[in-house]
Design a protein around this ligand. Structure first.
Ligand code: BG6
Length: 477
């Protein structure tokens, strides 16, 4: 029987969201068009052509949503800012109405003692920048992202002390430039690594500027961490898992924490002729942008085995319905190949359920980077049903969150410094490619692709459960 350390007294119990997935009001109050506003209009890209034009209408209902957060006792709320509300064209004149909206939201949170955590970038790039210079494909993005970030630091830094720079750089670049499932819908491995170099530079430039504008604040990226497991104890499978841990995880986290690219992966990319082009001053800048914490979005682990040189390529990495996370029979010839892990249960969306993987991941990060961790996302996407009596009995979500919180407490007991836990998500929201059928929230939103959708909010069973967890500071899990 393990003796647990308690959760820290100031632990940030919370939930998270992203602008495009909740706000709606896509063309309201001077907002410019984002890459997602553009992409979802291309036939066949999303489930039933669903868009975020309305999403769950948080833009107009934020007071109701924040009141529900307060009722649940939430200590923190992580949300993202839509770049196109602040700069409709990505740069130039500030749109005051955009600033006003986030000021009101932040003030509303503070009124209830909910600590705001602001994500600067959660995937909705101004379309104008995509059209002008290819967005992340050009080094110009570094300057524009830095200026956008500084504008936010100046406008909100007096009240917002926790910031997330980029959300899941590894995912938005992979889906945007390797699998083509997200905008700009490109498949180009060389460009993918170049885009990542620009994004890492932008991340570092924003963090460096942050020190001047919000000296008493804390900032870090949110990385989508899927710890690598070896399929067997065969040395070649263990090596495959090492390769994958370096190429799919350290490639980003080493750069965030140390400003260095991992060696074996760098040398592999050079041999393949796809290493990014690095200019003078780049490596120095990467070293100047050290984060205060590692933000971790954790959903599942990935298991690997040896991939012969004539084996499967990354092509098959995602199935056609866009369910990222189902990664059987994919990989890089000579390096690794993903296989299913029969020791783990799966969700109805085919994602592994692996709470211990979170403990393992937290320990790996702590040992390697010696940084505190903010769990900036973790949660369960499911098909929730409203019962005849109007309730939503999401016991499976309670079970999922419960087991992950136990794993977090195990990790804290091991010595990991965890700052907070943001469940994905507070209300149901638009699941990028999957419409509204894949639900994550503590609060159900009556929003559907078809039929009745009056957007009313209903508290799920998990809402009441999490309220007690927070009230007891994690003693009642
Ligand atoms: C994370 C993203 O990758 O996973 C969220 O930061 C996203 O924006 C979440 O919604 C769940 O993914 P999905 O595809 O199930 O919506």
């Amino acid at each position: 029987h393990e003796k647990h350390k308690p959760f820290p007294q100031d632990f940030l119990w919370g939930a998270a969201s992203a602008a495009y997935q909740i706000e709606g009001a896509w063309n309201v109050d001077g907002k410019g068009k984002s890459n997602w506003d553009q992409f979802v209009r291309i036939p066949g890209k999303t489930f039933k052509g669903t868009t975020g034009d309305v999403a769950v209408d948080h833009y107009h209902r934020y007071k109701e949503d924040v009141a529900l957060m307060a009722e649940m006792g939430m200590k923190t709320y992580r949300f993202s800012i839509a770049w196109t509300r602040i700069f409709p064209n990505g740069k130039g004149e500030v749109n005051q109405k955009g600033i006003d909206f986030y000021n009101q939201l932040i003030d509303e949170l503070i009124k209830y003692n909910i600590e705001p955590i602001v994500t600067i970038y959660h995937w909705d790039l101004p379309q104008a920048l995509q059209e002008e210079y290819g967005g992340w494909e050009s080094r110009q993005i570094v300057e524009d992202f830095k200026n956008y970030s500084i504008t936010l630091f100046q406008a909100f830094g007096d009240r917002v002390k926790y910031w997330v720079s980029l959300n899941e750089q590894n995912i938005f670049t992979r889906l945007g430039y390797q699998t083509a499932l997200h905008p700009p819908g490109v498949k180009d491995d060389k460009l993918y690594y170049q885009v990542n170099h620009h994004a890492s530079l932008a991340n570092a430039a924003a963090i460096k500027a942050f020190r001047m504008y919000v000296p008493d604040g804390k900032i870090g990226p949110s990385f989508a961490y899927s710890p690598a497991y070896a399929a067997t104890a065969k040395p070649e499978d263990v090596l495959a898992a090492e390769n994958a841990e370096e190429l799919t995880n350290h490639w980003w986290m080493d750069v965030y924490a140390w400003g260095e690219y991992p060696k074996a992966t760098w040398n592999y990319l050079e041999r393949e002729g796809i290493a990014p082009q690095i200019e003078e001053g780049d490596l120095a800048l990467l070293k100047e942008g050290k984060p205060d914490f590692m933000g971790v979005n954790y959903y599942q682990t990935t298991t690997y085995e040896k991939n012969p040189l004539d084996g499967a390529t990354l092509e098959a990495n995602f199935n056609t319905t866009g369910k990222k996370g189902t990664m059987e029979d994919s990989g890089i010839p000579g390096l690794y190949k993903t296989v299913s892990n029969d020791n783990l249960e799966r969700t109805n969306w085919d994602w592994n359920i692996d709470p211990q993987g979170l403990r393992i991941g937290l320990r790996r990060i702590t040992n390697r980077y010696k940084l505190p961790v903010l769990i900036s996302e973790n949660g369960l996407g499911e098909y929730d049903q409203v019962e005849a009596d109007g309730t939503i009995q999401d016991d499976y979500r309670i079970e999922y969150l419960h087991t992950h919180l136990v794993a977090i407490q195990d990790a804290i007991t091991d010595g990991v410094a965890v700052i907070g836990y943001c469940v994905w998500s507070f209300t149901d929201l638009l699941s990028w490619l999957n419409g509204f059928q894949k639900r994550y929230g503590f609060v159900y939103v009556n929003q559907h692709e078809e039929g009745e959708h009056d957007l009313r909010r209903i508290k799920k069973k998990s809402f009441y459960w999490y309220k007690e967890v927070i009230e007891s500071n994690g003693e009642k899990l």
